[in-house]
Design a protein. Structure first.
Length: 242
């Protein structure tokens, strides 16, 4: 499997708290079947995550050195989880936010509880510039949980959806689980990812159960598409099927 959403780089955001914790996460990800991860630290304008963001290049290199020393079958790529921002195009052009592995694909986070007035305009701008927004964990946004029409509009614009594995066991509440299942059963998702933050994440304890539950709702072929085929296309900057 290939994970396109993780917070494994240490002391960057609200993810891994130390070099040692990052190493533990990498080992556990490898053990449950991951062979590549995209490191996507938060980028939120006006927050401490902006300042820390510039340390990511040095730290990901240290993690890659650990992987080589331990002979782990795991590759690391770089991106950002970008909180939607009116200046997003300028941030990309300035190299302050990072598309996934320098591709056309941007992992975008929305506000949880309120719909931005100019959201659709910003997404349209990104699409017109050739970027493909991947919407991180749409099941968690309150205004999408009862507004499936907006999901359809985002799809029509050419946005892609990335769901969080642990939603199916209720990690983020029942409303989030309900939308996750709706999107899963109705083939809205293009990717499933971990959004892993810490070595104690319930994902590691319950991964086999989570995987079985998801495959029960779709099938092995679809599961592989969401966890390997489509993520590989993103890393290679190839078109992803809508």
């Amino acid at each position: 499997m290939i994970d396109i959403h993780s917070h494994v780089i240490y002391e960057i955001d609200d993810g891994s708290r130390s070099y040692e914790e990052s190493l533990s996460i990498l080992k556990k990800m490898n053990e449950i079947g991951y062979r590549a991860m995209v490191c996507t630290p938060h980028y939120i304008t006006g927050s401490k995550y902006v300042e820390n963001n510039f340390n990511k290049f040095k730290k990901i290199q240290l993690l890659r050195e650990f992987i080589r020393k331990e002979n782990l079958n795991l590759h690391l790529y770089l991106g950002n989880e970008i909180y939607i921002d009116p200046e997003i195009e300028s941030l990309i052009n300035a190299g302050e936010v990072y598309p996934i592995n320098r591709s056309r694909y941007l992992l975008i986070e929305f506000p949880v509880s309120r719909l931005m007035n100019d959201l659709m305009n910003l997404l349209f701008l990104l699409r017109s510039k050739g970027y493909v927004p991947i919407i991180a964990h749409p099941e968690r946004y309150l205004y999408l949980q009862d507004n499936h029409d907006l999901l359809d509009k985002l799809l029509e614009m050419g946005c892609l959806f990335q769901g969080n594995f642990s939603c199916i066991i209720g990690k983020y509440g029942e409303h989030t689980k309900k939308l996750f299942l709706y999107m899963l059963k109705n083939n809205y998702y293009h990717f499933l990812a971990t959004d892993v933050h810490h070595e104690t994440d319930i994902l590691f304890l319950k991964f086999n159960k989570i995987k079985k539950m998801i495959i029960k709702e779709i099938d092995e072929t679809r599961f592989k598409k969401l966890t390997y085929v489509n993520p590989l296309k993103v890393i290679r900057n190839e078109p992803v099927d809508f």
